[in-house]
Ligand binder design. Structure first.
Ligand code: UDP
Length: 358
């Protein structure tokens, strides 16, 4: 088969690393990068480090409103689909690149495969929820990371096209967790190497809900600064200025700000952390895989499977609430594996092959 895969943002590169490797064993893949994430350490580094094939097309589309970005992507992807005339289009997750890819393809009667389908927060206030629901419903095949996501799609009448394959991010995580760790890749905003202490907390925070103003991020950093070990915080370009300014103003000397790190660094920072505080959907799952306790700072649950036995707890952007949740102790049931076995990419390709024969 000839499959066009559309990616655009950091978590999609991480998923495509596992996906493309498997897809290319038996298919021709054309990789389209929309350009949504473009900085060296938000995009390029993942292609290099994770062995993702170079994109065949880069649309260079980033910034602007959701409508502006999606509209430009739709036009660009449509042109590529008309030129390449693929048998199918594959998209990951829930970004504007996911929505634009799915929408452009379905209007050209090209089957759409959606990986990481069926996740629901229950609010259309979350822009990714709109992308998720729309893409799930226009897809020909929906691949879910968990049984819970599959159940949600069944309730929406999509059971006949939906499969639970496990979380494809887990494939990538397992691959990189086994490799050795070269900490020298982590740098500050001046490009100087950062020393990572033996004991530290790992934090990421970049969602609109926590970075629209100073208050939520200040609350989170206040909690982290008061802990018994430093916090390593690689800052997303979206809120770099805000994070630096708050840390300087509040004299948060127990926070180590760094540039965004590569995937191997993120996996190893996760594995070796005392605990993790994040608003990232992907990182909370990785904390779970690594058995490291996590606090998820948002108003709603993203991965309900992780919210067991204090392994991942929801906290408000309030320093007392975060510290309270961090003080809990987790218990781990080694038989509880809701994200599959780390072979999601193989299962996806097998189902696609069977579908092709129908
Ligand atoms: N990540 C990374 N470098 C960083 C911060 C995060 O490689 O500096 C990884 C992290 O391990 C996880 C993914 O990026 O796999 C999460 O991406 P992001 O937070 O951008 O998206 P979300 O999970 O919120 O969709």
């Amino acid at each position: 088969m000839k499959i066009v895969t559309v990616v655009g943002a950091r978590p999609q590169f991480i998923k495509a690393a596992a996906g493309s490797r498997q897809i290319r064993k038996e298919n021709t893949e054309i990789l389209v990068h929309t350009g949504q994430h473009f900085d060296e350490n938000m995009s390029e580094i993942f292609f290099k480090e994770m062995g993702i094939p170079a994109p065949d097309y880069n649309l260079g589309i980033s910034g602007g409103t959701h409508a502006q970005m999606t509209a430009k992507m739709l036009t660009g992807i449509e042109e590529i689909l008309i030129k390449e005339n693929p048998d199918a289009l594959l998209v990951y997750g829930d970004t504007n690149s996911t929505l634009a890819g799915g929408l452009a393809a379905v209007k050209l009667h090209i089957p759409v495969f959606h990986v990481e389908a069926g996740n629901r927060l229950g609010t259309l206030d979350n822009p990714e929820e709109v992308n998720r629901i729309t893409t799930d419903h226009l897809a020909t095949l929906d691949f879910c990371a968990t049984e819970d996501a599959l159940e949600k799609l069944k309730k929406e009448g999509l059971g006949d096209r939906s499969y639970c394959v496990g979380n494809i991010m887990y494939d990538s995580f397992l691959h990189f967790a086994d490799l050795s760790w070269d900490r020298s890749n982590i740098v500050d905003f001046n490009g100087n190497r950062v020393n990572i202490p033996d004991e530290y907390y790992y934090m990421t925070c970049h969602r609109q809900e926590n970075t629209y103003g100073d208050r939520p991020l200040t609350e989170i950093l206040t909690a982290m600064n008061s802990l018994d070990a430093p916090t390593v915080y690689p800052v997303h370009p979206r809120n770099r200025e805000r994070a630096v300014r708050i840390c300087e103003k509040e004299h948060f000397n127990n926070i180590i700000l760094t540039q965004p790190v590569g995937y191997s660094d993120s996996v190893h920072l996760t594995k070796n952390a005392k605990k993790i505080v994040t608003d990232s959907g992907g990182l909370q799952c990785e904390a779970f895989y690594a058995g490291v306790q996590c606090v998820f700072v948002l108003d709603y649950v993203v991965w309900p499977e992780t919210m067991v036995d204090n392994r991942n707890q929801l906290a408000k952007a309030d320093h007392n609430d975060i510290l309270n949740k961090l003080s809990a102790t987790q218990t781990i049931d080694p038989d509880y594996k809701p994200f599959g076995d780390g072979h999601a990419a193989e299962k996806i390709c097998k189902i696609i092959k069977e579908w092709e024969k129908r």
